[in-house]
Ligand binder design. Structure first.
Ligand code: PLP
Length: 382
C-alpha cells in the first residue's frame, strides 16, 4: 500500500506502536514518515530556516566526510553548506572543527553517525544550544546505534533523520524526521500545508536521475583523485540542480516498514558477527581498522584506513577482481560544493578509507575469503 495523503507526512496505523517506542527512546515529540532521508533532511532545513528567519544568508555546517545528499538537500532548501573537518581516526565531526567553521550565519550543524559509529555529543549539543544553532543528527547509517552512555543515537539533536532505503540497515524503503521540541513541532505544522503544492515526479524519472547522479559522482571522484581543481566544483555547482527532483519523496510503504522494524536486532547481530571475523582476519595488515561499531553496536560497513593511500585504487581493483565488493568513493564533499573550506584530515581520510560489506547479501564464508584477499593483495602491494 502506498501512502500518498494530502499532507506531505502522513500518519498510518501500522506504525503507531513503533512511533510510540521511538518517541519514548529518543525523547522526541513527533515522527514524520516520508520516502527518503533526503526528504527528511530537506524538511529539517526548512524548519531551521523558519526558526532562524532573522538570518538572511543562512549556513549549515556539514562534515566533509559524507555522501553528497546532506549538502544537495541543503542547497535545495536554500541553505549554504559549509564544511568542517573530521577526526582523523573516525571521520566524524568534533566541536573544535565546528567552531572553526562557525559564522554569524550558522543556523544548523548536521552530525553524521558515520558507518554506524557514534561519539558523545554532549559538548557539541551544549555549544549549539548556547548559540541557538540547531543540531541535526543524521542516522541513515546508524539506526539503532548507542551513544557511549547507552542512549540511542537520535536522542540528542533537535531533529534527527532516518533512512530505510536499500543499502541502509532496514532496506524496506522510506525515511523519517524526528522533532524533539513541542515548539518546533508547532512551527512544522504551519509549514506542512505548503508541502501539498509539491508534485512528486514519476518513479522511473527518479530512478534515471539517481543512476545519472551516481555516474556523475563516480566520474568526478576519479578526476578529484587525480588532482583536479576548483573548476570542477564550478562545473558541478552549475548542473547539480538538474537532480533536485529526486530528493523529495513523500511515499513509503507503512506495512513493510512495520514488518521490517522487528527485524532490526537480528540484522545488527548478523552484521556484528561478520565485523568480528574481519577484525580477527585483518589483524596485522598495513591498515588501521575503525572499531566504533563495537561500542555503538552497529556496523554499517566494515571500514579501515590503509597505510598505502597512493596505491588504494589499484589495491581495491585487485580485491574486486578476486570477487569482493570494496568501496572508497567518499571524496571530501567540500571539494564539490565549497573548495575554500579546506579540510586536511578529511582529505587524508578519503585517500585511505576502504569499506567492506557486512550486509545480508554476503555470508560469513564470503567475509573470511574477502579478508584473505585483502591480506594477500596488501602483501603483494607493499
Ligand atoms: C544514504 C544517506 C542519506 C540519504 O538517504 P536516502 O534515504 O537515500 O535519502 C543521507 N545521509 C546519509 C549519511 C546517508 O548515508
Amino acid at each position: 500500500m502506498n501512502v500518498s495523503s494530502k499532507e506531505f507526512f502522513s500518519k498510518t496505523q501500522p506504525l503507531k506502536q513503533i512511533e510510540k517506542e521511538l518517541l519514548d527512546q529518543t525523547g522526541c515529540v513527533s515522527v514524520k514518515w516520508c520516502g527518503r532521508a533526503a526528504t527528511a533532511l530537506y524538511w529539517s532545513y526548512q524548519l531551521t530556516k523558519s526558526i532562524r528567519e532573522e538570518v538572511s544568508q543562512p549556513e549549515v555546517i556539514l562534515p566533509a566526510i559524507s555522501c553528497t545528499t546532506p549538502a544537495n538537500t541543503a542547497m535545495l532548501a536554500g541553505l549554504q553548506p559549509r564544511f568542517a573537518d573530521v577526526h582523523q581516526d573516525t571521520g566524524m565531526l568534533g566541536l573544535l572543527e565546528i567552531q572553526q567553521r562557525f559564522t554569524e550565519n550558522t543556523v544548523a550543524v548536521v552530525f553524521i553517525h558515520l558507518y554506524g559509529h557514534t561519539r558523545d555529543l554532549t559538548a557539541i549539543n551544549k555549544w549549539c544550544r548556547e548559540r541557538n544553532v540547531l543540531l541535526i543528527e543524521d542516522i541513515a547509517q546508524a539506526h539503532g546505534a548507542r551513544f557511549p552512555n547507552g542512549r540511542l543515537a537520535g536522542s540528542v539533536g533537535d531533529f534527527s533523520v532516518y533512512s530505510f532505503n536499500p543499502t541502509k540497515l532496514l532496506e524496506c524503503g522510506g525515511g523519517a524526521l524526528m522533532i524533539r521540541s513541542a515548539e518546533h513541532e508547532k512551527i512544522m505544522s504551519k509549514l506542512e500545508p505548503k508541502n501539498q503544492v509539491q508534485k512528486e515526479p514519476e518513479a522511473d524519472i527518479v530512478d534515471q536521475l539517481g543512476l545519472s547522479y551516481r555516474n556523475l559522482h563516480h566520474s568526478l571522484v576519479t578526476l578529484f583523485r587525480m588532482g583536479a581543481d576548483a573548476a570542477l566544483s564550478t562545473a558541478f555547482l552549475q548542473i547539480r540542480s538538474a537532480f533536485d527532483a529526486m530528493y523529495l519523496k513523500r511515499t513509503y510503504d507503512s506495512k513493510s516498514l512495520a514488518e521490517a522494524w522487528s527485524q532490526l536486532p537480528g540484522i545488527l547481530e548478523r552484521r556484528r558477527r561478520k565485523a568480528e571475523i574481519y577484525k580477527q582476519k585483518l589483524k596485522g595488515g598495513p591498515w588501521q581498522t575503525l572499531d566504533g561499531w563495537q561500542k555503538s553496536g552497529v556496523c554499517w560497513r566494515y571500514s579501515l584506513l590503509v597505510d598505502f593511500p597512493e596505491k588504494v585504487v589499484v589495491f581495491s581493483k585487485r580485491v574486486r577482481s578476486d570477487g569482493f565488493h570494496v568501496s572508497n568513493l567518499y571524496w571530501p564533499v567540500n571539494h564539490f560544493f565549497k573548495p575554500d573550506d579546506e579540510c586536511y584530515s578529511a582529505d587524508d581520510f578519503a585517500r585511505r578509507i576502504v569499506n567492506l560489506w557486512v550486509d545480508d547479501s554476503v555470508d560469513e564464508d564470503w567475509v573470511r575469503q574477502c579478508a584473505e584477499s585483502m591480506q594477500k593483495n596488501a602483501a603483494f602491494e607493499i
